[in-house]
Design a protein around this ligand. Structure first.
Ligand code: TYM
Length: 378
């Protein structure tokens, strides 16, 4: 048996009345479906952003506005910082408080702070991608340094190579800052939840101490700080002095023939490379028992990107003179665009960068310090 329903024929009016709820339901359905799809896409995007953010590490590094920034600072640190900016959250400090451990002329210091910012930017550090700021603009550094002073054993500070070297170098001015310098450096680093600290080899000991201090604090008060690690570029981690290839190229070297400053003129570069110490013999061959030529070849490699073997074959049968002339020319060419950019950056541009950098850095640092205050009962 079939039930036969007779569907009554609708009048024109009845038609439209029946059509409205159907239309409304379909419209509502379509709208909900689109909303649902939109929300799903949004949440997938948010999850993806979170996942990629969790892979982004916080990178912190800094340089002191002292002396002349040289090829060692550039290849050991600044050049590597610029490469890290795209895939990480980077913070680069101009650590002016650190530079007070040696005597300074205030006018010169101010100029060096601005010049160091110029060097950062001319070397490719982009203030739109990274935070560039002056340490003294963020007072949280000095306060955390004091707190860290109170958990750091003096013996740890006394064994620091830089402390020993600097107190031998500045016998008339062995101030407390020279000794407690690593606590301020530790504060710089751990204030920003830093994971990696790209530095040259000479700063590894300080980064390790920062890690030890952070660990000590965590043990005493509970987990507060991420334990930072240094990040080295093996090839350029220790560029040696041109006048003495057994010691690192240094901003505080007594002779200007120790280093090539990033702002050196072509004439000065040619003169300094010509005067650079070489080893016995005349062959352009990389071997560790010829530290002078090994260092110059490393610089040649960093400047040109040519492998050591290629450099060796390029200068086969030629002597130090040819090699040095070519090296000087290549350094001059390499530094030219950096110097042009350096000279084009105005102070008022830097003022804006400092203002924005200080705001961004302070935002992070003040939150962290508040957390530290709570942890230690202040
Ligand atoms: P500073 O200003 O002496 O040097 C800046 C960076 O340059 C590296 N460097 C070298 N790398 C290779 N070869 C060389 N000859 C050479 N000379 C210097 C240094 O290792 C450094 O990476 N204490 C630090 C500044 C600082 C800091 C920090 C660094 C203060 N707070 C926090 C990292 C994180 C210093 O005096 O660097």
């Amino acid at each position: 048996m079939y039930n036969i329903y007779i569907i009554p024929k609708l009048t024109k009016n009845q038609h439209s009345i029946a059509f409205y709820p159907k239309f409304a339901i379909i419209t509502l359905y379509k709208f909900s479906y689109r909303l649902y799809r939109f929300l799903i896409i949004q949440s997938v995007l948010l999850v993806l952003i979170r996942i990629s953010a969790s892979f982004m590490s916080i990178i912190y590094s800094a340089a002191q506005p002292t002396g002349n920034i040289h090829l060692g600072n550039y290849f050991g640190a600044i050049y590597n910082w610029a490469k890290l900016q795209d895939d990480n959250e980077c913070i680069f400090g101009i650590v002016d408080l650190h530079s007070l451990t040696v005597k300074n002329n205030p006018t010169e210091l101010r100029k060096r702070i601005y010049d160091l910012a110029r060097i950062y930017i001319a070397s490719g550090i982009d203030p739109k991608k990274s935070i560039i700021y002056r340490q003294s603009d963020v007072s949280e550094h000095a306060e955390l340094a004091w707190i860290l002073n109170c958990v750091t054993p003096i013996a740890e500070l006394e064994r620091m190579t830089q402390y020993k070297d600097k107190s031998a170098q500045h016998k008339q001015n062995i101030n407390a800052g020279l000794l407690t310098y690593p606590c301020l450096m530790a504060a710089d680093i751990i204030l920003y939840n830093t994971k990696f600290v790209p530095v040259g080899e000479d700063q590894v000991q300080h980064v390790e101490l920062a890690r030890t201090i952070a660990k000590k604090f965590n043990n005493q008060y509970g987990d507060t700080f991420i334990l930072p690690k240094s990040k080295l570029n093996k090839i350029s981690a220790r560029i040696m002095g041109l006048d003495d290839p057994t010691k690192k190229m240094s901003k505080s070297a007594t002779s200007e023939y120790n280093y090539i400053a990033l702002t050196d003129s072509p004439e000065t570069i040619t003169k300094k490379i010509k005067k650079a110490v070489t080893d016995n013999g005349s062959e352009i061959h990389y071997t560790l028992d010829k530290p002078a030529i090994a260092n110059l070849m490393t610089i040649y490699h960093l400047i040109t990107g040519l492998e050591l073997k290629e450099i060796q074959s390029r200068f086969k049968g030629k002597g130090y003179r040819d090699f040095k002339t070519d090296l000087a020319d290549r350094i001059i060419d390499f530094l030219k665009p950096i110097q042009e950019k350096f000279n084009a950056i105005e102070d008022n541009e830097l003022d804006l960068i400092f203002k924005s950098g200080a705001k961004q850095a302070k935002d992070i640092a003040s939150k962290k310090l508040k957390q530290i205050h709570q942890t230690i009962g202040l």
